[in-house]
Structure formats: structure tokens, C-alpha cells
Design a protein around this ligand. Sequence first.
Ligand code: SF4
Length: 70
Amino acid sequence: MNTRLLIDWTRCEARGLCIELVPEVLTADDWGYPLSRHGDVTLPIPAPAIRYAEEAVRECPRLALRLIED
Ligand code: SF4
């Protein structure tokens, strides 16, 4: 089972909190929007980072994040 982070681009306002919380997965593009650090289309979250990704989902000021399992 894989945990992936989904970003709703219609909501995100590039405030960067998720990038600070999950820097091993996310980096910022030139405008501050979160981008996969490894170039993945989807955003797989390694097990040690899941609790930080969960925090990002809870704390995103635009409610733009969610985690899925596949
Ligand atoms: S925390 Fe939310 S609003 Fe901020 S950059 Fe991440 S997805 Fe966008």
C-alpha cells in the first residue's frame, strides 16, 4: 500500500507550509507552489514522512491537500 499526497491546485495559494513540513517530497516552483522534489507526477510519501504529511493536510490554510492510499 502506498500513501500519496494530492494537491488541489484550484485551492492552493502557494503559502508554502506543506513544503516546510514535507521537504523530502516537496520543493517550491518559481512562484512558491509545491512541486515534487523527485519529478513524480503523483506524490508518494515515504513512511517516515507520513505524519508530517498528515499535519500538512490538517494545517493547509486553503484545505488543498489530502492523502490517499492505493
Ligand atoms: S500548504 Fe496548502 S496553500 Fe500552502 S502551498 Fe501547500 S497546498 Fe498550497
